[in-house]
Design a binder for this molecule. Structure first.
Ligand SMILES: [Fe+2]
Length: 287
């Protein structure tokens, strides 16, 4: 075992890198935060220690970093990818691993990034390696990532309900996913411990529907009725209306193109608050 110092500066630089992916593709608003939260819960439920839970949640946050290397026409396509496009999309785990390779904390998350689309039955991508060769952390992130994709609206599908998504995860037990982790994840879902994560982009930011393109507008907890929020994807100028405990947005017919993609520093600061100063991890060299 080796002890790795986690300096706030090093961790912050890794976290800022990950926010670039969402700044580029606002349709995935909150995806990384939610996957990280699901992975943290699942790792804890499965009995991993505090350092392992931290590494899993960090890897979950940054798992899709390689998508910065995927062309917009493929990343944002509203339909099924052609085999050629799928081949390019399937490069994102390897691209992400290469991007963190020289970062001082990169080796902690490199396997998670590289293996989050591998499957227990060996037909995942990019390596198609069998379950025993896939990092346990990546196996946790794979379930968390798939569950979030199912329960979020994407350009190519509407979201599933929690029971529907859990049934799909269960169907992948032992083939797509590690069966033990699936059992823990289903228990978490049944106990309601995932409910506050679904449909949010952070603990206190609910996502509401942009009437023009989907549920991707993050509403901060200090927002008030009458406040204006631009949609980060289509730039519609939206006005908030309070509705019971939640908000609805109304498009006033105009657009606000002044919004520039920016790192989500709230996500970064929130993660830094709960990060340890050091983690113990098995000795490992990057290949
Ligand atoms: Fe991915």
């Amino acid at each position: 075992m080796q002890t790795i110092k986690i300096t706030p500066e090093n961790l912050k630089s890794l976290l800022v890198m990950t926010t670039v992916v969402e700044a580029r593709d606002p349709y995935t608003a909150g995806h990384m935060w939610r996957v990280s939260q699901y992975a943290r819960k699942l790792a804890g439920r499965a009995g991993l220690n505090a350092d392992e839970i931290f590494v899993t949640s960090l890897g979950a946050l940054i798992h899709d970093l390689g998508k910065v290397g995927v062309p917009d026409a493929i990343l944002k396509k509203k339909g099924k990818l052609t085999p050629e496009e799928a081949e390019i999309m399937h490069q994102h785990p390897g691209l992400g691993k290469a991007l963190v390779q020289d970062h001082p904390l990169g080796f902690l998350v490199a396997d998670i990034i590289a293996e989050h689309h591998e499957r227990i039955d060996g037909v995942g991508y990019p390596a198609g390696c069998p379950g025993e060769e896939i990092s346990l952390y990546a196996q946790i992130v794979a379930i968390s990532d798939s569950f979030d994709a199912m329960t979020s609206v994407r350009p190519y599908h509407r979201e599933m309900s929690l029971p529907e998504a859990m049934a799909r995860i269960l169907r992948g037990s032992g083939t797509q996913f590690n069966g033990t982790f699936v059992d823990h994840f289903v228990e978490l879902g049944e106990s309601g411990k995932l409910n506050h994560i679904i449909g949010h982009s952070s603990e206190d930011r609910l996502l509401v529907s942009c009437p023009n393109c989907g549920p991707i507008v993050a509403i901060p907890d200090y927002a008030q009725s009458g406040d204006a929020v631009p949609c980060p994807a289509c730039h519609s100028h939206l006005v908030l209306h309070e509705n019971d405990e939640s908000f609805e947005v109304e498009w006033d017919g105009s657009f606000d193109h002044s919004l520039a993609p920016a790192p989500d520093m709230k996500l970064v600061e929130d993660f830094l608050k709960h990060a340890p100063r050091a983690v113990k991890t098995p000795k490992k060299d990057l290949d």
